[in-house]
Design a protein around this ligand. Structure first.
Ligand code: AMP
Ligand code: MN
Ligand code: MN
Ligand code: MN
Length: 276
C-alpha cells in the first residue's frame, strides 16, 4: 500500500511550515501522494504542488472546511477538486470573513476573564490574517505563559464551556459538500472520532453527509486511536464510504504524528485515492 497523507496544514492556515516546506518534509518522510488541506483556504496549493513536483511526489488539491452541524463544529475535507472553481472560492471566502469577527469576540471574552489583548497577540501568529484560528490564540497564550503548552490552552480556555470559546455560525454541511462536489472533488469527513457527539448523532450525521453526496471518511488519522480506526473502518464498510488516511500535521512542535508516519488502512476498505 502506498504511503498516502491526505490531511495536513501550512502557514496558509494554522500550520507552522510554509506550503513548500510541508511538501519537502512529506517527501522526505516517504510520502508518495500528498494533499495539503488548510482550513477554509486554498492559497497554499500552488506552492505545495510545485514543491511536490520537484520532489517527484504525487499531489492532489485539498481543503478542510469548517462547518456547524446541530451546534457542533465539524470538519469536512475536500480532495482533488478544481482550485479555480468560483463557487468553492466564494464559499471559502465567506467562511474566512466570519473568522475575524469571531476572533474579536473570543478576545473580548478572554478580556472579561482578565486576559487582555489576545486578538492583537494571536494575529501576530497568523501569517494569513484572514485565517485567524484558535491555534493562533493558543500559541499566544503559551508565549505569555498562561499555559505550558497548546494542548492545555485548549483544555483551559478554548473549548465549549471555557472562557475563550464563543459560538460561531460556520458553513452548512450541504453547502460545504456542494462546493467540493461541484468543483469535481471528493468530500471526506475529517477525524470523525474527535467530535463530542453520541454514536446515534454520528450515524445521523454520516447518513446526511452521504445523502448530500459525501463519499468518504478518514479512518486512519493522527487524531484517531487504534480503537477509533476499528470503529470507523466498520462504519465506512457499513455506509459504503471510501476510506482516507491523513496525519493532520500542523508542525514539528505541535503534532503527535508527523507527515506520512501513521498506520495503514485496515484490510477490505476502498482507499479514497483509488478514485483520483
Ligand atoms: P478553529 O478552526 O479556529 O476553530 O481552530 C481549530 C484548530 O485548533 C484545529 O484545527 C487544531 O489546529 C486546533 N485544535 C483544536 N483542538 C485542539 C486541541 N485540543 N489541542 C490542540 N490543538 C487543537
Ligand atoms: Mn488546525
Ligand atoms: Mn480538523
Ligand atoms: Mn486539520
Amino acid at each position: 500500500m502506498p504511503n498516502v497523507d491526505l490531511h495536513c496544514h501550512s502557514t496558509a492556515s494554522d500550520g507552522l511550515l510554509a506550503p513548500r516546506e510541508v511538501a519537502y518534509r512529506a517527501a522526505g518522510n516517504g510520502v508518495e501522494l500528498l494533499a495539503l488541506t488548510d482550513h477554509d483556504d486554498i492559497a497554499g496549493l500552488p506552492a505545495a504542488r510545485d514543491a511536490a513536483e520537484e520532489c517527484g511526489m504525487a499531489f492532489v488539491s485539498g481543503v478542510e472546511i469548517s462547518i456547524e452541524w446541530e451546534g457542533t463544529q465539524i470538519h469536512v475535507v475536500g480532495l482533488n477538486f478544481d482550485p479555480g472553481n468560483a463557487a468553492l472560492n466564494d464559499g471559502l471566502a465567506s467562511i474566512r470573513a466570519g473568522r475575524i469577527d469571531r476572533a474579536r469576540r473570543m478576545s473580548a471574552e478572554l478580556e472579561r476573564h482578565g486576559i487582555p489583548n489576545t486578538f492583537e497577540g494571536a494575529i501576530r501568529y497568523a501569517e494569513n490574517p484572514n485565517l485567524i484560528s484558535r491555534a493562533h490564540f493558543a500559541r499566544y497564550l503559551v508565549e505569555t505563559k498562561r499555559c505550558k503548552d497548546v494542548r492545555s490552552v485548549f483544555e483551559t480556555y478554548l473549548v465549549p464551556g471555557k472562557p475563550g470559546y464563543v459560538d460561531h455560525r460556520w458553513a452548512d454541511l450541504a453547502d460545504a459538500v456542494s462546493w467540493i462536489v461541484g468543483a469535481g472533488g471528493v468530500a471526506v469527513v475529517a477525524h470523525p472520532a474527535r467530535y463530542k457527539v453520541s454514536m446515534g448523532a454520528m450515524r445521523r450525521f454520516l447518513g446526511e453527509f452521504r445523502d448530500l453526496g459525501g463519499q468518504a471518511i478518514e479512518v486512519v488519522s493522527g487524531s484517531h486511536s487504534l480503537d477509533d480506526v476499528g470503529t470507523y473502518g466498520r462504519l465506512a464498510r457499513e455506509f459504503g464510504f471510501l476510506a482516507s488516511r491523513g496525519s493532520d500535521f500542523h508542525g514539528p512542535q505541535e503534532s503527535y504524528v508527523d507527515l506520512g508516519m501513521l498506520g495503514y488502512l485496515p484490510d477490505g476498505l476502498k482507499p479514497v485515492w483509488s478514485v483520483f
